[in-house]
Design a protein around this ligand. Structure first.
Ligand code: NAD
Length: 367
């Protein structure tokens, strides 16, 4: 059953990790390592079933392959999940046990933070393996990726505005931002610095107040955001908000935001195209966080990270060109761009078997 699932998803390797003493039940999924070691975050979630955990880790790790490929990184796609309640089940032993499994893969998989995990958990993982990114700055880590993701999203936005309107004047356009969290709030600040009109919504009323009172945004209701008469919709909260129920309501001309998995189904890309709405593929737009942590491998440098974010403009422009050239949706074009790079570059390198593990330079460990 699990083998069938893995075969269908095209993964290279899926590792079940069990340590009863630490209460660890985790799965590491390595989707593809043709371009390099598989880098992707660790998620801790109280899944309802093992199948749900497997499905999540397989879907997320595959997404990382495409994200790294489009971003031009020499990285493959992987992800890990710990089946447990982040509010109740965390311990030093748990994360060290997980770190030992990561280490056993010899650098084929490099972990990072994802939902339910913070930098303190990564400290324990780092005691057992160096194949971890997103560690604290005192160890030469890169810290919170959100401002970089927001800055990268701005680069993607400029490329999208250019294609849709023929200029990149951010302040000339209006925006409906869903989610004023880590990335959303940084993104709002950047938009407002350009003098743009920004509508916001969030389930967290304190975050909405900050956006309104400190950054001059206009608040709208949670569901109302889909009807706002703004030029750009920027999903910065959840996935799946672009769906057959919301698309007919849109008056937006562009969709460009940081949230993962914005399209509920593949068909939504076509629906958007039919309505003349330009979709900037999410994993190309929000690659800033991944780019940022990837630099930890060679020794983190903030200046270099900012320069790297700017390549998101180029990546998006290329996606839009492919879409035009091949007469396909922008979502399809992004996939083509990823596939093309994985096969052409990957052919000369595949697969990354860990015999030349990445060397983490400029990093200090306590372990
Ligand atoms: P976050 O949890 O800090 O922010 C999410 C915000 O969305 C919160 O303020 C939350 O209250 C709000 N929210 C949740 N449900 C909502 C709803 N139904 N309507 C309106 N608001 C709602 O998370 P984040 O780190 O800012 O990430 C935001 C999105 O960007 C996520 O989809 C994440 O996967 C993606 N992303 C983040 C990064 C990063 O660097 N943090 C990188 C790549 C992608």
């Amino acid at each position: 059953m699990i083998f069938d699932t893995i075969a269908r998803s095209g993964h290279e390797e899926v590792v079940y990790c069990h340590n009863p003493d630490a209460g660890l039940r985790a799965i590491i999924a390595i989707h593809n390592t043709w371009l390099g070691p598989a880098l992707g975050g660790l998620r801790m979630w109280n899944y309802r079933s093992e199948q749900e955990a497997v499905d999540d880790v397989l879907r997320l790790s595959k997404g990382m392959t495409y994200k790294a490929a489009v971003a031009g990184l020499n990285l493959g796609g992987g992800k890990a999940v710990i089946w447990g309640d982040p509010g109740r089940d965390k311990s030093e032993a748990l994360f060290r046990a997980f770190g030992r499994f990561v280490n056993s893969l010899g650098g084929r998989y490099i972990t990072a933070e994802d939902v339910g995990i913070d930098v303190n958990d990564m400290e324990y993982v780092l005691m057992e393996t160096e194949y971890v990114t997103g560690v604290h700055q005192v160890h030469g880590g890169s810290g919170d990726p959100s401002p970089f993701t927001a800055y990268g999203t701005m680069q993607g936005l400029m490329a999208a505005l250019n294609v849709r309107f023929g200029d990149e004047e951010i302040g000339k356009y209006s925006y409906a931002v869903q989610g004023c969290g880590h990335v959303g709030m940084e993104f709002i600040k950047l938009l407002r610095q350009h003098g743009a009109k920004v509508y916001v919504t969030d389930i967290n009323q304190a975050a909405v107040r900050t956006a309104v009172e400190e950054h001059g945004c206009e608040a709208v209701g949670l569901d109302e955001i889909y009807d706002v008469d703004a030029d750009v919709y920027a999903p910065c909260a959840l996935g799946g908000t672009v769906n057959p129920g919301t698309i007919p309501r849109f008056r937006f001309k562009v969709i460009c935001g940081a949230a993962n998995n914005q399209l509920a189904t593949d068909d939504c890309a076509k629906l958007l195209e039919q309505r003349g709405i330009l979709y900037a593929p999410d994993y190309a737009v929000n690659a800033g966080g991944l780019m940022n942590v990837s630099l930890e491998i060679e020794g983190y440098n903030r200046e270099r990270a900012m320069r790297m974010m700017r390549t998101i403009y180029y990546n998006l422009s290329k996606i839009f060109q492919i879409a035009k050239r091949d007469g396909v949706t922008t979502a399809e074009a992004a996939e083509r761009m990823a596939q093309e790079r994985i096969t052409t570059i990957g052919r000369i390198r595949k697969p990354f078997m860990g015999n030349q593990p990445p060397r983490f330079l400029g990093r200090l460990r306590n372990g």
